[in-house]
Design a protein around this ligand. Sequence first.
Ligand code: ADP
Ligand code: ADP
Length: 228
Amino acid sequence: MIRFEHVSKRYPDGTTAVDDLSFEVKEGELVTLVGPSGCGKTTTMKMVNRLIEPTSGRILLNDEDIAGIDPVRLRRRIGYVIQQVGLFPHKTVLDNTATVPALLGWKRARARERAAELLDLVGLDPSTFGSRYPDQLSGGQRQRVGVARALAADPPVLLMDEPFGAVDPVVREHLQTEFLRLQDAVRKTVLFVTHDIEEAVRLGDRIAVYGAGRIEQYDSPALVLGAP
Ligand code: ADP
Ligand code: ADP
């Protein structure tokens, strides 16, 4: 589904963030990218939605080189959730969630209906939370809205960059549980960045263990943990 072929990224200042990366993510697979800060995880992710262009190598989405796909069209096929999701402060939770369907030209009523379904899916009762504004939510709740919004156009691919990294440990565990349930329901192809090995093991069907600019191990959680 997503294939990296000898992908390298060298930033203009000479930093090699990713060095000759080749790996594949299957359809419906949740792959966690784990490793210390600065080892190239975010760079890897941002190349998938063309926020960053590789210096060499290529990335295929369903056997199509993404270099040939218009970035705006590409990003409609890829949901993206970051550590501190940016919500529109003057829009309600429901309207924030309906942003993408509205951009895609859906009728307002249908976009809002879809937004309500999505809020339900991420564990936020739309009748309670739909009319709130972002500053009336906890950190964990804002992240859930970010996930709902990323799913709005029903993209086959989801990129999650430390989505639960800024919430406290109890809430994080709750969000992980819900995310696994959600993934069971929607089966996206997911790349999930974390620096927390426990999170990587808990969520990942496979784990890509990063060292500086490279994947040092790419295996099931059991093999990464070295189980017999
Ligand atoms: P991670 O997500 O694992 O923390 P990143 O992909 O953000 O790693 O960064 C990988 C390396 O590339 C780091 O050394 C980082 O400092 C460097 N880097 C990231 N973005 C840029 C940039 N825009 N310009 C120069 N170097 C960068
Ligand atoms: P968290 O530990 O997840 O960050 P918070 O302490 O921020 O949680 O919030 C706890 C509860 O209070 C949440 O259910 C949230 O919806 C509610 N809440 C937080 N801020 C506001 C606010 N400004 N108005 C109304 N409810 C709020």
